[in-house]
Write a protein that binds this ligand. Structure first.
Ligand SMILES: Nc1ncnc2c1ncn2[C@@H]1O[C@H](COP(=O)(O)OP(=O)(O)OP(=O)(O)O)[C@@H](O)[C@H]1O
Ligand SMILES: O=c1[nH]c(=O)c2[nH+]cn([C@@H]3O[C@H](COP(=O)(O)O)[C@@H](O)[C@H]3O)c2[nH]1
Ligand SMILES: NC(=O)CC[C@H](N)C(=O)O
Ligand SMILES: [Mg+2]
Length: 518
C-alpha cells in the first residue's frame, strides 16, 4: 500500500509494548506494520519494507522452542534493529551468546555512551550518561562477529551494539516507552538515517492508499457496514463510501444496550450529514432474550458478537445479498483479542468485532482501520472532513451496556443504568469536561446496600462511575475530578435514579484495570 521500501516491518515476539514501536515509527513519518513472529515471513514478503524492528518478548532465547527471526530477514541485506529480546535473539542467531542474568534490570537504568553511533545522531555523544528503561532478566554475554559495543549499563555491558557494515543495531533497553526520554529520537534515527526512509507518510496518503485497496478488494461486490455512531465506524463508512459509492449500505443495530436517546441521535446525525443509505434495525428483544441468564463476561461478548453477525446477514439478504461486511475495527481491538494462536500476546477480552466473531462467517471482512490507533482514526476522520460531533465522541463499546452491568443483564437494569449514565454525562458536559476526558460512563453493580432516604430504609443497587484519560485506549489514567464534582453527581444520581442508593468512583488505572468492567 505504501511505496515498496517506504515502510517498516515490526516483528512481534509478544512484548506488552510492541504497539508503541509502531506508533513511534509512524510519528517519524514512516508507515509501519506489526506482524506476529509466526507470520512475519509472509508479511515481510508482502510488504517489502525498508527495514525491520524486532520486539521484546516474555520468552527467553534460552528456552527450547522460543521464537526466532525468519531467515529471509537476515538474508535480505536490509537494516535490522533488535530491542531487548530482539537483541538477544539476534545475538543467538548470528553467532553471539546469551546467558540467564543473575539479577536483571527492571525499570529506570542509566547507560554510559562509549562510542559514536548513527543511532545517536544529534542526540548523544561519547562520555555522556543517559536514562533508559530496562526490563530484562537475560543478557548478552558475547557479541556476534561484526558487532561493537557503543553503550553500556551496570547490568548490560552491551546496552547498545552496532554492526555498521550490515546495518544491524540492537539495544537491551526499550526505546519505545516514554520512560526512555530520548527513545523516540533513537527510533527516528534508525528509520530515517539507517534505513534512509523519506519520512513523508501522512494521513492523506493513507486515505488514498486505503481507497485503492478497498476498490481492489471489493470489486463490484456489495458491502454492508456496521454503523454504531462511534468514531471508528463513521470514519470507516465515509472512507468506504468514497471508494465504492452506491455499493455500500450501512446498518445500525439497536440492541437495546444503547445509552439514553442514542439510537435516534445516531440515525438522525448520520442521515443529516451523509447521503449514504442507512438501515435502522430494532433488535432489542433478540439480544435481551439471548442474554437472559448469562453472567460470564466472555459468554456475553461471544453471544453479542455472533448475534451482530446474524443481524448483518439477515439485512444483507434483504438488499439482495452482500459479499462483504465492513467494520470499524482498530488495532487495539485486534491486539487485545488475539491469543497465542493468532499472535504471541495473551487474550484480555474478546472484542465483539474480533475475538467475539463466530467461527463460520458468510461475508468477507473489510476493515480499513485495522492497523490504526484511535487518535490516528480521529486524524483520518478530520482528513475526510467528518464533523466534530463524530470525531470527538467518546468511544462506546459494541456490546454496550451489557458489559457495564456485571451479572445478569435485564431491561430493567439497562433502564436504571441509562438514567444514571445520562445524569453523569450531563454533569460532565455542564462542567465543560467532556473533551478533557477520553471516556466516561456509569456501571451498575450486582450488589445491594442499605441506605436511608426520607427517614426510610432503602436497599438498592450500587452505581460505579468511571472516567479515564488516554491516547489510544491501550493504557489509561483515572480522571482526577474535584471532590465537589463527584459529590454533585452522586447526589443527583441517588435522588433522580430509582433503584440506586449509593455511588462509588473507580480509581484504577489501566493496567492493572481495564477501562470497561467486563
Ligand atoms: N450498534 C451497532 N450497530 C452496527 N454496528 C456496530 C454497532 N456497534 C458496533 N458496531 C460495529 O463494531 C465495530 C467496533 O465497535 P467500536 O465500538 O470499537 O467502534 P465504533 O463504535 O465505530 O467507535 P467507538 O470506538 O468510537 O465507539 C464498529 O466500528 C461497527 O462496525
Ligand atoms: O467495540 C468494542 N467492542 C468491544 O467488545 C469492546 N470492549 C472494550 N471496548 C472499548 O475498548 C477500549 C478499551 O477497553 P478495555 O480497557 O476495557 O479493554 C474502551 O474504549 C472500551 O470501551 C470495546 N469496543
Ligand atoms: N523485555 C524483554 O524483551 C525481555 C526479554 C527476556 N524475556 C529477558 O528477560 O531478558
Ligand atoms: Mg462503539
Amino acid at each position: 500500500m505504501t511505496q515498496p521500501g517506504e515502510s517498516i516491518l515490526i516483528v512481534d515476539f509478544g512484548s506488552q509494548v510492541t504497539q508503541l514501536i509502531a506508533r513511534r515509527v509512524r510519528e517519524a513519518g514512516v508507515y509501519s506494520e506489526i506482524a506476529p513472529f509466526t507470520t512475519a515471513a509472509e508479511a515481510f514478503e508482502r510488504m517489502r519494507p525498508g527495514g525491520v524492528i524486532l520486539s521484546g518478548s516474555p520468552a527467553s532465547v534460552l528456552d527450547t522452542g522460543s521464537p526466532r527471526v525468519p531467515d529471509a530477514i537476515f538474508e535480505s541485506g536490509l537494516p535490522v534493529l533488535g530491542i531487548c529480546y530482539g537483541q538477544q535473539v539476534m545475538m543467538q542467531q548470528l553467532g553471539g551468546s546469551v546467558q540467564l542474568g543473575d539479577s536483571g534490570e527492571f525499570g529506570r537504568a542509566f547507560i554510559d555512551i562509549a562510542d559514536s553511533c548513527v543511532l545517536f545522531d544529534g542526540l548523544w555523544t561519547e562520555g555522556e550518561t543517559h536514562q533508559v528503561w530496562m526490563s530484562h532478566g537475560d543478557k548478552v554475554t558475547e557479541l556476534a562477529p561484526g558487532f561493537r559495543p557503543v553503550a553500556a549499563s551496570p547490568g548490560a555491558p552491551f546496552a547498545v551494539i552496532a554492526d555498521d557494515s550490515r546495518r544491524y543495531y540492537a539495544m537491551q533497553f526499550h526505546p519505545e516507552v516514554v520512560h526512555t526520554p530520548d527513545g523516540a529520537k533513537l527510533l527516528a534515527n534508525f528509520v530515517r538515517h539507517v534505513c534512509g526512509l523519506k519520512g513523508d507518510w501522512t494521513m492523506a496518503e493513507f486515505r488514498q492508499a486505503k481507497i485503492d485497496e478497498i476498490r481492489k478488494q471489493v470489486g463490484s461486490g456489495k458491502v454492508i457496514c456496521g454503523l454504531s455512531g462511534g468514531v471508528d465506524s463513521a470514519v470507516a463508512a465515509v472512507l468506504i463510501h468514497e471508494a465504492i459509492g452506491e455499493q455500500l449500505t450501512c446498518v445500525f443495530v439497536d440492541h437495546g444496550l444503547m445509552r439514553s436517546g442514542e439510537a435516534d441521535q445516531v440515525v438522525s446525525l448520520f442521515r443529516g450529514h451523509y447521503n449514504i443509505p442507512l438501515v435502522h434495525v430494532n433488535a432489542e428483544t433478540l439480544f435481551l432474550n439471548g442474554l437472559a441468564g448469562v453472567t460470564d463476561p466472555e459468554a456475553k461478548r461471544k453471544f453479542i458478537g455472533k448475534t451482530f453477525i446474524d443481524v448483518f446477514e439477515a439485512e444483507a439478504k434483504k438488499i439482495g445479498g452482500a459479499e462483504f461486511l465492513a467494520q470499524g475495527t482498530l488495532y487495539p481491538d485486534v491486539i487485545e483479542s488475539v491469543s497465542f494462536t493468532g499472535g504471541p500476546s495473551v487474550t484480555i477480552k474478546s472484542h465483539h468485532n474480533v475475538g467475539g466473531l463466530p467461527e463460520r462467517m458468510n461475508m468477507k471482512l473489510v476493515e480499513p482501520l485495522r492497523e490504526l490507533f484511535k487518535d490516528e482514526v480521529r486524524a483520518l476522520g478530520r482528513e475526510l472532513g467528518l464533523p466534530d460531533v463524530f470525531v470527538g465522541r467518546h468511544p462506546f463499546p459494541g456490546p454496550g451496556l451489557a458489559i457495564r452491568i456485571p451479572g445478569e443483564v435485564t431491561k430493567e437494569r439497562c433502564d436504571i443504568l441509562r438514567k444514571a449514565d445520562a445524569v453523569y454525562l450531563d454533569e460532565i458536559r455542564n462542567a465543560g469536561l467532556y473533551d478533557a476526558i477520553w471516556q466516561a460512563f456509569a456501571v451498575l453493580l450486582p450488589v445491594k446496600t442499605v441506605g436511608v432516604m426520607g427517614d426510610g430504609r432503602t436497599y438498592d443497587s450500587v452505581c460505579g462511575l468511571r472516567a479515564v484519560t488516554s491516547t489510544d485506549g491501550m493504557t489509561a489514567d483515572v480522571y482526577p475530578f474535584d471532590a465537589s464534582f463527584l459529590t454533585r453527581v452522586a447526589t443527583r444520581i441517588v435522588n433522580e435514579v430509582k433503584g440506586v442508593n449509593r455511588v462509588v468512583y473507580d480509581y484504577t488505572s489501566k493496567p492493572p484495570g481495564t477501562i470497561e468492567w467486563e
